[in-house]
Ligand binder design. Sequence first.
Ligand code: MRU
Length: 353
Amino acid sequence: MKLQINGEVTDKPAVWWDKNSKFVKMIDQTKIPFQVEVFNCPTYRETVQAIKKMIIRGAPSIGAAAAYGLAQAVDEFWDNEDFEDQIRIAYDELLAARPTAVDLKNGLDFIKSDPLTPEGALNRAQFFADRIAEEGLKIGQIGKDLIKSGMNILTHCHTGALALVDNGSALSPIIQAWEEGKRFHVYVDETRPRFQGRMTAWELNQYGIDHTVICDSASGFFISQGNVDLVILGADRVARNGDIANKIGTYNLALISHYHDIPFYTAFPSSTFDSSTPTGKDIEIEQRDSLEVKQALGYSKILNENHVVSLYTENIKFNNPAFDITPNKFITGYITPHGILDKAELEDIMLNL
Ligand code: MRU
């Protein structure tokens, strides 16, 4: 993606391996949209922390970061006598960093699918990351025909280049349709508590795509008023039967769309397939710190920096699940690099990959 970093325009993915320093590097998503900065992870432990703290977000980007992280651990511990123990620890720490996004496990297992050497592990991490970005482009080519001029599209969370190493999942058809000359409008859910909608708005702005940010709780109103023609969003894990785990609030949107007969599509690369999990009920939902609800991170014009403010007084209880499960019966279709699939076709592809 094209970015301006310290005044210089550059083309960077969301996460990459820097050969010279042997650092995993990533665009610091906690700073978007106010600053574009590169975050450095000199060791695999810093890569684990970056994933936990959501410096990198979006299931496929997290998966790529974890794959690079494990390759980094292989390089770090290669000469150690206890190499295998260290790699086991690194694998477990990376896996536990974000439990719902299956791309993370898929990335780690892909690295371990061949005997480990520093060069081999790094090549596989690079391949895994590149394939995600390439599949993002394909998702765009395949999904763009769902979009017609004059439509109002609603999206939730963030699904652009930042979330998918490059190119995007649900945002990819939107971008490609716009670049073909179709003209439409996108409602962007703000996506509390971490406001991933800010990243979506930031990415849509770069293409000049007409959009409006709305509070998550307003989406039902816009749908009920006939102001939404299509819902497209991503997924963090897709069970074999087509149930999806995605950002909290997705289930509400699916139900409302179903009630009002609005097409509801989810778009994702094959790194998000989870053929070993039969249904959504078997997916672990990540529970995040209640501080994410209690506080908000914004940009202070007075301090000229990002700043955390409290939204509540003390002694209040919070509950902060990061994702929810949407059953397959509410999903119109799955936009994948293999085509726009129904749940039977999706299961077939997952089992045959
Ligand atoms: O908690 P996040 O920001 O990592 O969650 C991101 C999402 O839920 C996206 O919708 C998802 O990763 C699918 S699209 C790449």
